[in-house]
Structure formats: structure tokens, C-alpha cells
Design a protein around this ligand. Structure first.
Ligand code: SF4
Length: 220
């Protein structure tokens, strides 16, 4: 990809980030500290999509920077990727919270918030055009594959995402961090299998776009 194509993508993503920053379609748009649009390589082959910003992400304005982010970086390293190689974003750009005893606590985005925010995610996919999308956790998976998606039964398979892009689902790093003992070992093994499948998919030759149809008159 040429430098000018990369610069075009960067400009388009920055434009999208500016629009999302001014967005107040949901109540959480008024409550968040920062709009967490996404970051990374605008020409990435691999796009990671989580559910929504947590407390640290909201504070810093960057996706996956807390403990889950550190684990995500280790997961990426295990298949030979640095954070800078991929693009990372979420299904919603503002932190979803509910009232807690010690202040707002994280919650999963609700269907209305995900629907409101979907155009920003679609635009990111359209600009980046990755070869593989890795959805992290059930909310991200459901945003692509429907509300009935069951992560424990249906993760680890290939699906067709937007624009025909290959889509894999694995557990969210925050879910992995909540496991202990034998459960932790088992979940880590499943995530490792999913990541290996992503690595292998990215080592395949890129899909060729379908050849344009030729009419008989154009043949000779
Ligand atoms: S979550 Fe998305 S749609 Fe809702 S206010 Fe934030 S940027 Fe806008």
C-alpha cells in the first residue's frame, strides 16, 4: 500500500473520530470522559473489535489500555503481532456504565447503544478493509452475528463478516482475567486455538476479488 493511500485512510479515520467525538446519540455520550474511537494501523490486516471502553479506556481515550489491554497485547504477541500492527476498536465508542456503590461501574452496551454506534464501526471497517475481524467477547460477536450468538458454543469458527471479511470470535481478555485454576487453563487454551486460526488465515494468500463478467461481444 502506498504512503498516500495510508495517509488517506488516516485522514478518513481521523474525520470519523472527530464526528464520533461530537456524538451524543446515547445518554452515555453525555456521561463519558473521552470518546474512544479506536487506534492502530489504518492498513491493518487484522481488526480487533471489543465491546466498549472500560474505566481506564474512558480516562485515557484509548481502547484496551487496562489489564485487559495488557493481556490482549500478550495474546497478539503469541501470534507474532505487535499492537501497532493491528487496529483496535469497540462496538460502542463511549463507556457504558450503571450506578455502583463506589461510583459508575462498567456494563455491557445495550442493543440501542450498539445500533446507534454501528455506523462508526461500519465506517472503520470500510476504511481499513482488514482481511480478518476478530470479535472479542459476546457483545461484539452479537453485533456481527445476531443476538442469539452463544460464545461458549459458537466461538472458534469462521464466519463471514461485513464486505465478506473473514470473522472469528474469541473470548474477551477481561473474561479470561476473571477465570481461575483449571477454568483459566481451559479458556486460555481455547483462546490460543482461536488465535492460531487467525494467524493461519492471515498466512493464506489474499482472496481475489471475483473476475468481472465478460460478455460474448467483448471476448474477441
Ligand atoms: S456510544 Fe456511539 S452512538 Fe452512542 S453517543 Fe457514544 S459515539 Fe454516539
Amino acid at each position: 500500500m502506498s504512503l498516500s493511500e495510508r495517509a488517506d485512510k488516516e485522514r478518513s479515520l481521523q474525520h470519523g473520530a472527530n464526528i464520533a467525538d461530537a456524538c451524543r446519540k446515547c445518554q452515555i455520550g453525555y456521561e463519558r470522559r473521552h470518546n474512544v474511537y479506536g487506534e492502530g494501523n489504518p492498513c491493518a490486516d487484522l481488526l480487533l473489535v471489543g465491546e466498549g471502553p472500560g474505566e481506564t479506556e474512558d480516562l485515557m481515550g484509548r481502547p484496551f489500555v487496562g489489564r485487559a489491554g495488557q493481556l490482549l497485547e500478550k495474546m497478539l504477541e503469541s501470534i507474532g503481532f505487535a499492537r501497532e500492527d493491528v487496529y483496535i476498536c469497540n462496538t460502542v465508542k463511549c463507556r457504558p456504565t450503571s450506578p455502583g456503590e463506589r461510583g459508575p461501574k462498567n456494563r455491557a452496551p445495550d442493543p440501542t447503544e450498539m445500533a446507534n454506534c454501528r455506523p462508526y464501526l461500519d465506517e472503520q471497517i470500510e476504511i481499513i478493509r482488514p482481511r480478518v475481524i476478530l470479535a472479542l467477547g459476546a457483545p461484539a460477536a452479537k453485533s456481527f452475528l445476531g443476538r442469539d450468538f452463544q460464545i461458549t458454543k459458537q466461538r472458534g469458527c469462521w464466519y463471514t463478516g461485513p464486505h465478506g471479511i473473514d470473522l472469528m470470535v474469541t473470548f474477551h481478555p477481561a473474561y479470561v482475567l476473571r477465570q481461575t485454576g483449571g477454568e483459566l487453563t481451559q479458556v486460555k487454551r481455547l483462546v490460543w486455538n482461536d488465535l492460531k486460526a487467525v494467524r493461519d488465515k492471515l498466512q493464506e494468500p489474499p482472496k481475489q476479488p471475483p473476475a468481472p463478467e465478460i460478455t460474448q461481444a467483448e471476448l474477441f
